[in-house]
Design a protein around this ligand. Structure first.
Ligand code: FES
Ligand code: FES
Length: 185
């Protein structure tokens, strides 16, 4: 049994210790916001925070993640209120959205350390691939998220999710409060 904390909840995986963290999160915890792109460490679609560091979860085994604090895109905020999420919407820096969770995770980690990154620092910290090519808008969004996080330039709140976090949690075991069971109406 491999234990870790996922989105502030204790989780135990009864999986082969060599299972990539990506598959444990997606298949066992139903946290499908973390995407599978290449499986080779090239695209960054699978990025999650491991003790606050953005890592490619396709390259991290659950054994390596044991005891760590894992944050997926579902845990970055419960209501899309993280400055990176707000800025991505405000700058319309999303097309198909497949790369977006990984980029949001990488950007959140960067801004935590450096709220005003240069273009070169963004390129170094966020090597993620976007097949839709929204890179110019991503650069604007990340800069704007830094401004919002520092309070220099607030962002008008984006529309709330179409589903309440509590309703989503009923279907996502790792998001439910400990001991809570799914509820059906
Ligand atoms: S799926 Fe992990 S880097 Fe592409
Ligand atoms: S928005 Fe489609 S891959 Fe980036």
């Amino acid at each position: 049994m491999t234990k870790m904390t996922v989105n502030n909840r204790p989780v135990q995986y009864l999986l082969d210790p060599d299972t990539p963290l990506l598959w444990a999160l997606r298949d066992a915890s139903n946290l499908t916001g973390t995407k599978y792109g290449c499986g080779n460490g090239d695209c960054g679609a699978c990025m999650v925070l491991v003790d606050g560091v953005a890592l490619r979860s396709c390259l991290v085994t659950i054994a390596e993640a044991e005891g760590r604090l894992i944050t997926t895109i579902e845990g970055l905020s419960r209501d899309r209120s993280h400055p990176v999420q707000q800025a991505l919407v405000a700058e319309q820096a999303i097309q198909c959205g497949f790369c977006t969770p990984g980029i949001a995770i990488a950007a959140a980690a960067l801004l935590e350390d450096n709220p005003s990154p240069s273009r070169e620092e963004m390129d170094a910290a966020i090597p993620n691939l976007c097949r839709c090519g929204v890179y110019p808008r991503l650069v604007r969004a990340i800069a704007r998220a830094g401004e919002a996080a520092s309070g220099a330039r607030p962002i008008e709140a984006a529309p709330p999710p179409a589903i309440a976090p509590e309703e989503a949690a009923r279907e996502v075991p790792a998001l439910r409060p400990t001991g809570a069971q799914p509820q059906r109406n």
